[in-house]
Design a protein around this ligand. Structure first.
Ligand SMILES: [Zn+2]
Length: 460
């Protein structure tokens, strides 16, 4: 099937552009040509433009596709919900055991279901922090689904309590480099590849410096887990005698192409180091809150934003946060600090929406391509159907989007101008067939690895 050349999204109730001046266009039309946004304007201005395909958007709110800056895509769906909610960090070694046991087939189908959920609820671009083992097989899932993704090889070269595989420093460096060379820029540029050391505490200084060197040399990015709670900061301080982000600055590993995930327990000096070096951050409230990470007590999102640090949103994996919907993280980012600081001026709705869109694009170094609805950018768009109770009444689309709506109202999703979700359904896969497949793969995987947790309530 050939893609229509010109698609017109006509007469949207509101287009929330997130452009330079943050215009919200009432009764707006978007013209998409060859995968990019060709024109934006009022319905009457663009009514004369002929199109191969016209989408009636009269009761729709259109936003840029959401960006998820930290999302392990490849393994969680098959074993989702299996971990009791009181396990704490004890579940992590089991996660890595399950992940290590996954076959190529299991990883492909599980990734495809994860991507289906992300796209269905409006996330068009996301970063998998290097946990995919069989990238060749999973590239098929990226190709079929049409998602935009950042991949990499997650490496560590120091013994660690999580069962994260330990490589020699040399092996770890060449694996990262090979992955960047082999996958970066594939699928018409929809796939990018970064350096992905797992976490500073599990990597030698040499490996961290090499990862940053690769990001610089290949003009790409680097991400890792960083300060996921007060105890990890304390452990680092005890071992190195300096706070972790200060340590990263000292060894030259901060910079505009570095994205640090989690950031709970950082202090003011560390925030200043991030601001000084233009290092980016990603906060994962869905995961932090469920796992007792101390986000509401120790999180410093308002201070980071005030210092001009670019912070975007993530969800982490489908078996720690259980939620991988970027919109839920957007909602939580907007409300958590209002409550914990007893101050409603914390993280306004507009800021939360910026975090989910344009900040994500900046964190990925892709702000010229995605993150807002502007002429020349990629047509990565989400159409929300507002003919639903949770959307009404509708006066301020940003407020409704952040506080009332969620992925259920996502009607149509476009990536690179290709419609990947239409009338709430993925266009690239038989969803129910895929769900059944992943259910049976998950049951097989749990049995093979010998993981089970009894239900607290009798299942009869
Ligand atoms: Zn993670």
């Amino acid at each position: 099937m050939t893609m229509p050349q010109i698609t017109k999204i006509e007469g949207a109730k509101f287009i929330v552009t997130v452009d330079e001046t943050r215009r919200i266009i009432r009764d707006g039309t978007i013209v998409v040509q060859d995968g990019r946004i060709a024109q934006i304007g009022k319905l009457e201005e663009l009514s004369g433009v002929a199109a191969d395909r016209v989408i009636d958007a009269r009761e729709m709110v259109v936003t840029p596709g959401f960006v998820n800056g930290h999302m392990h895509i490849s393994y969680a769906h098959a074993v989702r919900g299996v971990f009791p909610d009181d396990l704490g960090a004890d579940y992590l070694p089991t996660v890595f055991r399950l992940q290590g046991a996954m076959t190529e087939e299991e990883e492909y189908f599980t990734s495809l279901l994860g991507i289906t959920e992300l796209l269905k609820y409006g996330t068009t671009c996301f970063l998998d922090p290097g946990s995919t083992k069989y990238l060749d097989a999973c590239m098929m899932a990226y190709e079929e689904s049409g998602c935009r993704i950042i991949v990499g090889a997650q490496v560590s070269d120091r013994p660690n309590p999580l069962n994260v595989p330990v490589y020699s420093t040399g092996e770890a460096i060449s694996l990262m480099e090979r992955t960047i060379r082999d996958y970066g820029g594939s699928l018409n540029g929809r796939v990018r590849a970064w350096a992905m050391p797992f976490a500073a505490d599990y990597c030698s200084r040499e490996l961290l410096e090499a990862a940053k060197g690769l990001a610089d040399r290949y003009e790409t990015g680097m991400t890792m887990h960083q300060s996921n709670g007060v105890s990890s900061v304390k452990a680092h301080l005890e071992e190195f005698g300096v706070r972790p982000i200060q340590y990263l600055e000292d060894i030259g590993v901060l910079g505009p192409n570095v994205l640090l995930a989690h950031l709970i327990g950082v202090d003011t000096a560390e925030i200043e180091a991030m601001a000084r070096t233009q290092t980016k951050g990603v906060t994962c409230p869905t995961a932090a809150l469920k796992s007792g990470g101390g986000l509401s007590v120790h999180g410093m999102l308002p201070e980071m934003l005030a210092k001009g640090v670019c912070v975007c949103l993530g969800t982490d994996a489908g078996n720690n946060s259980n939620l991988i919907e970027t919109m839920r993280s957007m909602y939580l980012a907007a409300i958590v600090y209002k409550d914990s600081r007893e101050d409603t001026s914390m993280v306004p709705a507009e800021t939360a929406l910026e975090m989910a869109t344009i900040n994500g694009a900046r964190a990925f170094g892709m702000e010229d391509e995605i993150g807002s609805i502007e002429v020349g950018k990629k047509a990565d768009l989400v159409l929300f159907d507002t003919r639903r109770p949770e959307w009404r009444s509708l006066h301020n689309p940003v407020s409704n989007l952040v506080y009332n709506a969620d992925g259920r109202s996502v009607h149509t999703v476009m990536v690179d101008g290709r419609i990947v979700v239409e009338d709430h359904k993925p266009t690239f896969v038989d969803e129910w067939e895929l769900i059944q497949k992943v259910q049976s793969l998950g049951e097989g995987l749990l049995e093979r690895v010998g993981v089970s947790y009894p239900s607290r309530w009798p299942i009869v």
